[in-house]
Ligand binder design. Sequence first.
Ligand code: PXL
Length: 438
Amino acid sequence: MKRVLIIAGSDSSGGAGIQADIKTASAIGLYPLTVITAVTSQNTKGVHRVHFVPEQDIKAQLDAITDDIEFNVVKIGMLGDRAIAKVVLDFIKKCNKQVILDPVMYAQSGGKLSEENIFKDLIKYCSLVTPNYMEAQKITGKKINSLKDFRTTAKEIGKIAKRVLVKGGDSDIDYDIYYDGKDIYEFKIDRISTQNTHGTGCSLATAIAGYFALTGDYLEAIKKAREFVYYSLKNGIPLGSRFGTVDQFALLRKDAQRYLCIKELISAYEQLKNLKIGKILPEVQSNLVYSLSDAEDLSDVAGFNGRIISVGDDIFTPSFPVFGGSKHIGRVILSAKRFFPQLNSAMALRYEKAVIEKIKKSGFVVGFFDRKKEPKEIREKEGSSLDWGVTTACRKLKNPPDFIYDEGSVGKEPVIRLFGKNPSDIIEKIRKVKEFYF
Ligand code: PXL
C-alpha cells in the first residue's frame, strides 16, 4: 500500500484538516502517516482557539517517521506560524519526495489558521501548490478580478512552484486552473448547491497526492481528485448549525454498491429461470435492471446486455449483467426514480388487458400512459419516448408504482413495466402476477 505523509492541523469538528486528510487517504487506498502542526478548537460556526504545536514536537514527529517508515508522497496543509514552516521547509528540502502544498490560511468559517506570509519559501520546493482564490492573491500580492487575472496568477505562482492548481470554487470564477510550467489547463467547476462544504480543499489536495502516488501523473491525479471531491461534496454530511462537511467515503460506497448490484442481479436471474416465465415476457423481450440508490445516468444502472429473452416457457440471456447494460429499461428506472427515489429495479412483462384488471383488483399501485398522446417531438427524439411515458404516469401517482403500463400504438407493442426497490421485490411481485396470465 502506498503511503502519504500528511503534515497538517487537527480540526475538532472532524470536517477539515488532518481528519479530512486521513479519511481521504484511506478512502483512496493510501496509508496515512501524520505530523500534527496545530490543535484547532472549532465547530461548524467558527474557530474558538488555535494552539500551534511547539516546533520541537513537529521535528520529533518528522524524525520518528523518517527514522523508520518509508513513504511515497508528502501533503502539507495548515502550518500555523513561521517557526513551524521553517521546520517543515528544512524537512522538504532534503526529503526527496513529491510534495503537494495546500497553503491553508483561513478556515471556511473565516477564522485565521496560518500566518499568510509563511508559504513563499516553501512553494519553491513543492511539486504542486493548490491555493484557493484568496490564498493565491495573498501569495502574489495582486488582486484577481477576472478569469484572465486568474490565468496570470497561475503563471506567476507557477514561476516559483513547479506546478500550481488555483481553485475558483470560493469565487465568482467558474474554473480551477492548472499550470504545469508549460501548459495551462482549465477545469470548469460543476457547482453544487450545498452548505456542507467543510473539508473540500484539504480533501482535494490529499486526493491529488494519493492519486499521484497511484498513477505517477499530475494531470490524471487532478482529474480524479476533482471527481472524488465532487462526489464527496454532492453527498455532504449536515453537521451542527452551519457548514457541514464533505463525505469522503461516498465514492467508495458507490463503487462497493456496484458489486452488490451485480451479485443480486445474477441471483435474481437464477430465480427467474426457475419460475419459467418465458410466456409472460413481451414480444420485444425483456430486461431486469438494478440501479445504484443515487443513480445519475445509465452507467449507474446494471442490466443484462443482450436482454432477457424467452424460449418457450424458459428464459435465456446471452450475457452477465453489466452497468450500462440496458438502455431501454435502464431509462425506465431512471425516469421513475426522479419521482420515487426508493425504486431501483424494473422489468418488462407482456401486456394483457385481463392481467391489468386483476393487478388493479389486487391493490397494487398501477400507473398508465397513452402512447397515442405522445408529442411528435418526443417520438422523433431517439430514446426519449419511455422517459416521457413513465414521467407522465408518475406525475399522476401519489405512491411509488408497482406497475406502469401502456396499450401501445402503431408499430409499438403494449407493455407492462414492473417496479421494485430491488430484484427480490420484483421476483416477489412476479410470483403474484404470474398466475394472472393463465
Ligand atoms: O480547510 C482548511 C483547513 C485546514 N486545516 C484545518 C482546518 C481547516 C479549515 O477549517 O480547520 C485544521
